[in-house]
Design a protein around this ligand. Structure first.
Ligand code: ATP
Ligand code: MG
Length: 258
């Protein structure tokens, strides 16, 4: 298997608190990694460092074997590293379709407020519409395409957040708690969408998530963080039976994990 991302001995301190302690991780092409652990373990901080929303105190990030530690978030996005956020961050007054169009607009390197159709011209409109349709289809958002994002059921707002991330055709997609606040039907839909996505295109995913059913069903490999340190790494069955992981996280009451 080909290595896509390598996180090497990353340390991140916030004042006296070591949020990430000598963390290393390898992600291969087409692999899906689950990053789990208790609240405050450092999972979001890890994603922030990989995507350059935060700078590490020490350590390195390699992507396709090149050192990208000091690249900006934008440059990393251009290379194919894209994330979603723990909170919904779609444009609530715009429709599903418009949110995706804006994502495509940004990813084509056009200024944010450039009127989309003015820039692309008529010839490219068809291509753009095709791209929007593809993403809407992949994310099962067909029936909501002309609905204001703010009026969508919560779970579908989260699906839209992922749809916007897909506009850049990421090689590495980082999802921060995509299942948060979803009702059972929405969670089941998202599990099937992620499976479909992985079949449809070459993509590696790191997913931070507290929904263990989804993590165990979807991820090839799971990495467990506790107080900023990696305490275990393995396939789902190994993690489920790992005593350190059960003590630190899996044994904790469901209600206290979220
Ligand atoms: N910008 C910041 N400034 C100071 N401390 C921070 C900052 N961001 C995170 N922390 C601290 O770093 C630690 C790790 O936080 P992080 O958000 O990465 O945890 P997490 O594993 O994502 O938790 P959760 O499951 O609750 O989302 C926590 O103790 C948190 O309070
Ligand atoms: Mg977090």
């Amino acid at each position: 298997m080909n290595k896509l991302l390598e996180v090497k001995n990353v340390v991140k301190k916030f004042g006296g608190l070591t949020a990430i302690n000598n963390f290393s991780l390898e992600v291969y092409k087409n692999e899906m990694i689950g990053l789990i652990g208790p609240n405050g373990a450092g999972k979001t901080t890890c994603l922030n460092i990989i995507t350059a929303f935060l700078k590490p105190n020490s350590g390195k990030i390699l992507f396709e074997e090149k050192d990208i530690t000091n690249l900006s978030s934008n440059k990393k996005a251009c290379k194919g590293i894209v994330r979603t956020f723990q909170a919904n961050n779609v444009f609530k007054d715009m429709t599903v379709r418009e949110n995706i169009l804006i994502g495509l607009n940004n990813s084509e390197g056009v200024g944010f407020w450039t009127p989309i159709y003015t820039f692309f011209g008529k010839n490219q409109t068809a291509t753009l519409d095709y791209k929007v349709d593809q993403i809407i289809k992949t994310m099962s958002l067909d029936e909501y395409r002309n609905i204001r994002a703010g009026s969508l059921p919560h779970g579908f707002q989260r699906l839209l957040g992922i749809a916007v991330a897909l506009t850049t055709r990421p090689k590495l997609l980082l999802l921060d708690e995509p299942f948060t606040g979803m009702i059972t039907e929405e969670s089941e839909l998202l599990v099937s969408i992620i499976k479909k996505l992985r079949k449809e295109r070459e993509i590696s995913i790191i997913m931070v998530e507290h929904n263990m059913k989804a993590v165990m069903e979807l991820c090839d490999r799971i990495v467990v963080l506790n107080f900023g340190s990696k305490i275990a790494e393995g396939i789902p069955i190994e993690i489920q039976n790992n005593k350190d992981v059960i003590d630190a996280y899996l044994g904790i009451d469901e209600g206290e994990k979220v």
